[in-house]
Design a protein around this ligand. Structure first.
Ligand SMILES: [Zn+2]
Length: 418
């Protein structure tokens, strides 16, 4: 017997089956929407003073050493976080970046521009690409995930650097569990933990979990993604704070400020309307997102629409229209991925179908699937999908052969912005 359809929040578009864990209250409103309400109640000036107090003991006395670590990429919240840390807190950060290897030219450009505009030292980690492909083949087969190495690498490399360089403070942007599903209140001032990374960032699979009997991976193979042990963390006093607990987090407004002030560039992807988010990766808002729809019954555009509904820039009906307009768009970069990983497209389709969750997909004929995911369960009047004005300013279309053009993954790119 199949499970009954899940309850959907009456305000946003999230279902109670959200993989990060979400509860819906007696009024039909989800925990993510409830925690979002705090953004309009909290005294943000007081929160900011609290952050200044927290970071004060970590300031270098000589002014020469790095005060903290800031994890960055060529997209996401990197620019805004760097702006807060360097220009508002006045700290001297060491930027660290885990190389996802499926970089777009735009992501390479944005990271180079970040390093120069913010005038920071940048430490990058590129794991052996052969090994990354081997690990990705394993995580695709075991978990239907092509992003495990990225999620694991981005969450562990800053911690490894904190230990090896003896820089105890790591400053992250927003906490996903707080922002999306309200797992914590802003008042909890939740900090980075090994436990959250394991349960949520990595979906419960650490490196050693990938070492199954029939596999070709060894203990040394998963070493790059191993979290430092407690003794090493305590010896340095490693601590990770989330700036979203101290600043009213609004990615759209923040990105637009960074476009104006620091030259952040953006790009359109077919599977969502948010042209700011993960523009540094060919797969994140493409094939990776398609896999999310197969496994979890919703896609990134539902995250973006729910966020915009909470910020009052979309009605729920408009958000739903945007979700329906984008979530079934076929991924545009499948061939490139197959070439990279060394797999035939039909073999990839076979593996992906094995990870389709029958709760969200009904096989109506061999190889033909009917979608029964979250967006099919929402009841709203039909409206046309609005244009809510996300800026696209990449130069790919104007200059396809220029530094932001091209359609190959960039492993290591140039170090200058323009
Ligand atoms: Zn909600």
């Amino acid at each position: 017997m199949s499970a009954p359809p899940p309850a959907i929040c009456r305000r946003c578009l999230y279902a109670e089956t959200h993989p990060l864990g979400l509860v819906i209250d007696a009024d039909g409103i989800c925990s993510g929407c409830r925690v979002h309400e705090e953004k309009d109640r909290l005294d943000w000036e007081e929160r900011w003073r609290r952050l200044e107090e927290l970071v004060a003991p970590y300031r270098s006395r000589t002014g020469e050493a790095h005060d903290c670590i800031v994890p960055v990429t060529g997209a996401g919240d990197s620019y805004f976080v760097m702006h807060l840390v360097k220009e508002r807190l006045g700290l001297n950060p060491l930027a660290v970046s885990y190389n996802r290897q499926t970089n777009t030219p735009l992501g390479i450009r944005n990271l180079a521009n970040l390093r120069i505009r913010f005038d920071v030292d940048l430490l990058q980690k590129t794991v052996n690409p052969q090994l990354v492909r081997r690990v990705t083949r394993t995580t695709l087969r075991l978990m239907g995930s092509i992003h495990w190495h990225i999620l694991a690498g981005q969450s562990v490399w800053p911690v490894q650097v904190a230990v090896s360089h003896r820089i105890p403070l790591i400053l992250w942007g927003a906490h996903q569990g707080l922002e999306q599903v309200g797992q914590f209140s802003h008042h909890h001032e939740v900090e980075m933990t090994r436990r959250y990374r394991h349960d949520h960032d990595l979906m419960g699979r650490e490196g050693p979990d990938l070492l199954t009997l029939f596999d070709t991976l060894t203990d040394e193979d998963v070493e790059p993604w191993r979290y430092p042990d407690d003794a090493a963390l305590h010896a340095v006093g490693v601590r990770g704070l989330y700036l979203g607990n101290f600043v009213r987090w609004d990615p759209k407004a923040q990105h637009e400020a960074m476009i104006r002030s620091h030259g952040y560039r953006t790009s359109r992807f077919s599977r969502t309307f948010d042209s700011y988010d993960h523009v540094d990766c060919f797969n994140h808002m493409d094939l990776h997102d398609h896999l999310k729809l197969l496994k979890h019954g919703y896609a990134r555009v539902t995250d973006h629409a729910s966020r915009e509904i909470r910020h009052g820039r979309l009605t729920r009906a408009q958000g739903l229209a945007l979700v329906r307009a984008h979530e079934q768009q076929p991924p545009a970069h499948v061939e490139r991925f197959c070439e990279w990983i060394g797999m035939e497209p039909h073999a990839l389709r076979f593996v992906m179908d094995r990870h389709r969750n029958p709760r969200w997909w009904e096989e109506v004929a061999p190889g033909r699937w009917r979608f029964r995911g979250w967006s099919t369960l929402v009841d709203e009047p039909e409206v046309t999908a609005p244009d809510i004005g996300f800026i696209t300013n990449d130069r790919r279309e104007r200059d396809p052969d220029g530094p932001e053009g091209g359609d190959r993954y960039i492993l290591v790119g140039r170090g200058w912005p323009d």
